[in-house]
Design a binder for this molecule. Structure first.
Ligand code: IPE
Ligand code: IPE
Ligand code: MG
Length: 259
């Protein structure tokens, strides 16, 4: 593995990752699924470091979905323990590197032993100006859209919003992700599955999608750079023509002045 980052034409501001394949990585090696999650946590450390070094502004990691609560109790418990351990062990590195920690998802469902260090670290890092690390926890895209719809209905009933004025921009302002994060530019999924699995449903409308057969424990610095290189070769047209886009410059990306 190398720490060198080749020059990239454009860098996504906001990268989301569906970190999948811990279980299969472990099983194929005769290990327990839990061992895969442990190794997956190592990948989280490596990839957060790499993203910060490369200059990604926001990294959202899909760590636990609304549907993952339905996994066997022991596995859910282990994942919660792992999350707590991650928050405790990474606290110093997050603060030392100016990383701002935030979350999306129904974090009220998390056990107190996870919620307490999470809330503490979010508060301690709130003023940091470096990379934003967003953990999607107990997160479901449909659940978030339904929540936005509920909040919007309440606002309409209270007379704060005229239903005739509701357009995508207004709706989006009720989505938790849009309140704390810029638009998603690149979505990465590991493990060879080609699906969104209820991650950022609204947010993927114009995100670039990148799928790799690598399992999450195998995904590190070089794999992230590979994904960023693929992104930098894409042309994002947002429904327009290539000529229009080339004339105006791509939206949602920035030049990566890296050497
Ligand atoms: C991703 O790996 C971790 C979580 C979803 C929490 P998986 O546990 O889904 O691993 P596979 O997909 O079964 O291999
Ligand atoms: C998506 O992976 C959720 C996370 C990575 C947290 P899953 O393993 O839960 O997705 P499916 O079941 O393969 O669609
Ligand atoms: Mg999976």
């Amino acid at each position: 593995m190398t720490d060198d980052v080749p020059a990239l034409r454009t860098l996504p501001r906001h990268v989301g990752i569906i970190m999948d394949g811990n279980g299969r990585w472990a099983r194929s090696r005769g290990l327990e699924r839990e061992d895969g999650h442990e190794r997956g946590a190592d990948s989280v450390r490596t990839v957060v470091r790499a993203a910060r070094k490369v200059g990604v502004e926001v990294l959202t990691l899909f760590a636990f979905s609304s549907q993952n609560w339905d996994r066997p109790h022991e596995e859910v418990f282990h994942l919660m323990e792992l999350l707590r351990r991650y928050l405790v062990q990474e606290r110093a590195e997050i603060l030392d590197n100016g990383i701002r920690l935030t979350t999306v998802g129904d974090t009220k469902r998390l056990p107190e032993y996870v919620r307490a260090p999470l809330i503490e670290l979010m508060a301690a890092s709130a003023q940091n100006q470096g990379m934003t690390l967003c953990l999607a926890l107990s997160y479901g895209g449909r659940e978030m859209i339904a929540k936005a719809a509920r909040d919007l209905c309440r606002a309409a009933i209270a007379g704060q919003v005229n239903p005739d004025d509701i357009n995508p921009e207004v709706f989006e302002s009720y989505l938790d992700s849009a309140k704390v994060l810029p638009p998603l530019d690149l979505l990465i999924r590991t493990s060879g599955e080609h699906r969104i699995s209820n991650f950022f449903l609204w947010e993927t409308a114009y995100a670039e999608l990148y799928f790799t057969d690598k399992q999450w424990p195998e995904f590190g610095h070089d794999e992230l750079v590979e994904a960023l290189q693929a992104y930098s070769k894409r042309e994002r047209r947002f429904g327009m023509t290539s000529e229009q886009v080339r004339g105006s410059g791509a939206r949602g990306s920035k030049a990566a002045g890296l050497d």
